[in-house]
Write a protein that binds this ligand. Structure first.
Ligand code: KIV
Ligand code: ZN
Length: 522
C-alpha cells in the first residue's frame, strides 16, 4: 500500500555522469566519476545514472566501478532498445546493490523519418522488445520515448501503454530539444494520465533540456501534473544549453513546499559543495548570478536591501545560504588553524582525501596562509583542485620562470615531471608572458592546442586574492576546458593549460587502450 508521504515524494534522478558528461568539455576520468558519484550519494539522490555502458569501454568501466562501490542510490545504466546495449548495461550494473536499466528509443516524426528511418509500428515493437529484454535481467526498468515533447500525443500514449504492459516501472517523458513550455508540458502529462491504462501503477518521470531556459519550469509543470521523478544534473550541465538544474529544482520544491505540497529526500546542505566539486572537476564555471549556487546568489549590494537584511533576513532572502551549504561568513581558516580543522573544512566542501593527500594539501594550505591575510573557502578549494590536477595528471609542473616587461620579449621556461618521473625542460618566447608559458608547455609535452577562450576572475577579495583562469581549447576538433588557480595569474594560466593537456593525455591513453578493453570484454 502506498502512503500519503510516498505520494508526495519526488525522486531525484541525477544524470550528471551521463547526460551531463556528454556536454562538450565535461568529460571526466574514472576517478573523477567515482568522486562525483560518491558526492551524489552523500547528497542523497535517489538514482544515479552512471553512464551509457555501450557507448565506450570507458563508460562501461565507469558504470561498473560505480555499481561496485557506491551504496545508497539506485545505480542506472542507459541502453538503446537493442540486445547488445541492454546486455552491456546489465553486465556493467551487476555488482550494484540496487540497479536499473534505462532503455530509450525516439518516437517523434522527425526522428522516425530522419534518424531511425523506422515506421511507427516498428518503433513500438522495438520499445516493447527492449523493455521485455531489460526486464528479463532486472526488475527495475525505465523507458524513455526520446523527443516525446514533439511526438503526436496519441502515438506517445500508445507507446507508453505498450511499454507499461511489457514491464516498464518508470516512464520518463523527455523534452530532448528543450522545445516545450510549461503549460503545454503540463497538458502532455495530464493527457498521459487520462489516456494510458496502468499509468497510475508506474512512476512518471520528467527529463528536460534548457535550450529556451525553461528546463526547471517545465520540470515543475510536469511535477504539478503528476510526475514523481525529476531527471536533472548538478549545475544544469548537459547537451547544448544543458539539463534541468538539480539544485534549482530541489530548492524550488523545498522553498515552495507549501505551494507544491511535495518534498525530496535531498540533503540540501550538500548542494553547494557538490556544485563546487562538479565545477572544479569539469572546469565548467558556475556563473556568478546562477540561482542557488552562484557566488552572488546570497550577496546583497544595494543599501536598501542591506538595511532590510539587518532588520530581518527574510526581507530579501527566500532561502538561507546555510540551507544550501554556503557558510555565511565564508571566512574560514587562518595560518594558525590545525590539521584537524583543515580536514573538517575539506570534508564540508565535499572533498574526501586519504592521509597522504591531506598532508600534501595541508602543507600547501600553510604555505598559502603565510602569503595571504585571509583564507576563504575558495582558497581551500583552489588548493584541493590543484592537488587533484597534480595527482590525476600525467604532467606535474615543477618550475615556471617568466621574464616579461615593457620593451622586453616575454619568455617562459618550464620544468615538468611526468608520471613516469621523466623530467622535461623547455623554454619559449611569446607576445606576452601567458603566451610564452603556453608555448613552453606545448613544447615540453608535444601537445599543440588551439586556444579558443581565456577567462580570468578573482576567486576572493583583496590584493592578495587568488586568480582563477579558465581556458577553452580545441584539440583534434574536440573542445576541452581546464581551470588553474594561483595568486600569480600567469601561473594560474599555465596551470589551467597544463590541466587541459593532462585531460587530453588521459583521453589519448584511454583511446589507445580501447581495442584491448573491447577484446577483453568480448
Ligand atoms: O534528452 C533525452 O531525450 C535523453 C534520453 C536518453 C532520456 O537524454
Ligand atoms: Zn537528455
Amino acid at each position: 500500500m502506498t502512503s500519503m508521504a510516498d505520494d508526495n515524494r519526488v525522486k531525484i534522478f541525477d544524470t550528471t555522469l551521463r547526460d551531463g558528461e556528454q556536454a562538450p568539455g565535461c568529460s571526466m576520468t574514472l576517478r573523477e566519476k567515482l568522486r562525483v558519484a560518491q558526492a551524489l550519494a552523500d547528497l542523497r539522490v535517489d538514482i544515479i545514472e552512471a553512464g551509457f555502458p555501450a557507448a565506450s569501454p570507458g563508460d562501461f568501466e565507469a558504470v561498473q566501478a560505480i555499481a561496485g562501490t557506491v551504496r545508497g542510490p539506485v545505480i542506472c545504466g542507459l541502453a538503446r532498445c537493442n540486445p547488445a546495449d541492454i546486455e552491456r548495461a546489465w553486465h556493467a550494473l551487476r555488482d550494484a546493490e540496487r540497479k536499473r536499466i534505462h532503455v530509450f528509443v525516439a518516437t517523434s516524426a522527425i526522428h522516425r523519418e530522419h534518424k531511425l528511418q523506422m515506421a511507427k509500428d516498428e518503433i513500438l515493437k522495438s520499445a516493447v522488445e527492449g523493455v521485455k529484454l531489460a526486464r528479463s535481467y532486472c526488475d527495475d526498468v525505465e523507458f524513455s520515448p526520446e523527443d516525446a515533447s514533439r511526438t503526436e500525443l496519441e502515438y506517445l500514449a500508445e507507446v507508453v501503454a505498450a511499454v507499461i504492459e511489457a514491464g516498464a516501472r518508470t516512464i520518463n517523458i523527455p523534452d530532448t530539444v528543450g522545445y516545450t513550455v510549461p503549460g503545454e508540458f503540463h497538458e502532455v502529462f495530464r493527457y498521459l494520465k487520462q489516456h494510458v491504462p496502468g499509468i497510475d501503477d508506474v512512476v512518471l518521470s520528467v527529463h528536460c533540456h534548457d535550450d529556451l531556459g525553461m528546463a526547471v519550469a517545465n520540470s515543475l509543470a510536469a511535477v504539478q501534473a503528476g510526475a514523481r521523478q525529476v531527471e536533472c544534473t548538478i549545475n544544469g550541465i548537459g547537451e547544448r544549453a544543458g539539463n534541468c538544474s538539480l539544485e534549482e529544482v530541489v530548492m524550488a520544491l523545498k522553498t515552495r513546499e507549501a505551494y507544491f505540497g511535495l518534498h525530496t529526500g535531498i540533503d540540501s546542505r550538500r548542494l553547494y559543495p557538490t556544485s563546487r566539486l562538479v565545477s572544479s572537476i569539469t572546469g565548467m564555471h558556475v556563473p556568478r548570478n546562477k540561482a542557488v549556487v552562484g557566488e552572488n546568489a546570497f550577496a546583497h549590494e544595494a543599501g536598501i536591501h542591506q538595511h532590510g537584511m539587518l532588520r530581518h533576513h527574510a526581507t530579501y532572502e527566500i532561502m538561507r545560504p546555510e540551507d544550501v551549504g554556503i557558510s555565511r561568513s565564508n571566512l574560514v581558516l587562518g595560518k594558525h588553524s590545525g590539521r584537524h580543522a583543515f580536514r573538517e573544512r575539506v570534508e564540508q566542501l565535499g572533498f574526501r582525501l586519504d592521509d597522504a593527500e591531506l598532508k600534501r594539501c595541508f602543507d600547501e594550505f600553510k604555505k598559502l596562509a603565510d602569503r595571504k591575510k585571509e583564507m576563504f573557502d575558495a582558497d581551500i578549494e583552489a588548493i584541493l583542485m590543484n592537488a587533484e590536477t597534480g595527482q590525476a595528471g600525467f604532467w606535474r609542473m615543477e618550475e615556471l620562470h617568466i621574464t616579461a616587461g615593457t620593451g622586453t620579449i616575454a619568455a617562459a621556461a618550464v620544468k615538468l615531471i611526468s608520471e613516469e618521473h621523466d623530467e622535461v625542460q623547455e623554454a619559449a618566447v611569446g607576445d606576452g608572458p601567458v603566451a610564452a608559458a603556453f608555448r613552453a608547455l606545448e613544447r615540453a609535452t608535444g601537445i599543440e592546442l588551439v586556444l579558443k577562450n581565456f577567462e580570468l576572475r578573482s576567486v576572493t577579495l583583496g590584493n592578495d586574492a587568488q586568480g582563477e583562469v579558465t581556458v577553452t581549447v580545441e584539440y583534434n576538433g574536440q573542445s576541452f576546458r581546464g581551470q588553474g588557480l594561483s595568486t600569480d595569474i600567469v601561473e594560474a594560466g599555465a596551470r589551467a593549460y597544463l590541466e587541459v593537456i593532462n585531460r587530453i593525455q588521459r583521453r589519448l591513453r584511454s583511446t589507445a587502450a580501447e581495442p584491448a578493453a573491447a577484446a577483453a570484454s568480448a
